[in-house]
Design a protein around this ligand. Sequence first.
Ligand code: Q9C
Ligand code: ZN
Length: 339
Amino acid sequence: MIVVASDAHRDHHASELHDGDFGPSFEGPERAERIASALAAEGHALVGPDPLDLDLVGRVHDADYVEFLADAWDRWTERGLTAPMAMAHTWPPRGSAGRRPTDLVGRLGYHSFAADTTIGAGTWSAVSSSAALAQSAADRLAADGEAVYALCRPPGHHATTDQFGGYCYLNNAAVAAQRLVDRGSATVAVLDVDYHHGNGTQHIFEARRDVFVASVHADPIEEFPWFSGHADETGVDDGAGWTLNLPLPRGTDVPTWMATLDRAVDRIGDLGVEALVVSLGVDTYVGDPLGTFALDTGDFTLAARRIAELGLPTVVVQEGGYADDALGRNVAAFLAGLS
Ligand code: Q9C
Ligand code: ZN
């Protein structure tokens, strides 16, 4: 399978406020390195991305937000701040007017929703490259119909139209789905199997009837991202019925997870969409430090086989997965099941 990958991620080292401790993010460069070497060893062909099309990004994110992300680090240093990471410490109180602050520190709060995600010197270069991988994967799929994997880092599914968080800045899966629409797919499904709800992808597409978003994830009543991903969120306005959330309790076993995946896959099959984007988080792995599900390496192959039964042109976009030692084999196992 074609794997679209880049080294630009290497200069993105973020920090994270994790249960009260501030330290290096779980989402580090090692993740992509492990996946790339495992896939190369399996004989997959690694290719680089084309330059990012900012007009494409502007169809799934607010233009002001993208400009903010691109400039934030320079503005941080120009403002005389010397901490190695730019991050917010204040978010809009419920019911606030929501006016956008002009000062950078206030703007960081406006454009983020979680203290687990920071901006450093190499962040924009990594983020824009990660989105370019998703764009290029979609272009390749549109050209020849062969499934493509985008080794995106940082991940994307928590990024909304105008907020970063959950280690995500630009929504790579949304970029891929939008590109497939722009290249002629009338309808596309995003199937998100990351342990966490893909709140950003839902937010971006919830009022649209051309991109269906299905997500199997830990119930947000007891897990990050806490505030979306409930079963009764089924789409908004024109998008009514075009969002499917299948939340599961923490500690859910593998048979239950597989049966729930089946429900999402069946629904996608019933809708008759023309293409598929898989948001592949492997933080459902039994050994993941952030997850509580129990999938073993072979289960990723079984899941991919089930998805492949749809027979749809497919782009796979990397999302989460933090058991660094197992990341390579888990992603390789998924891709083996797809082909
Ligand atoms: N105490 C993705 O998998 N931060 N993002 C964890 C836990 C949120 C995960 C803090 C995890 C975000 C793409
Ligand atoms: Zn996740």
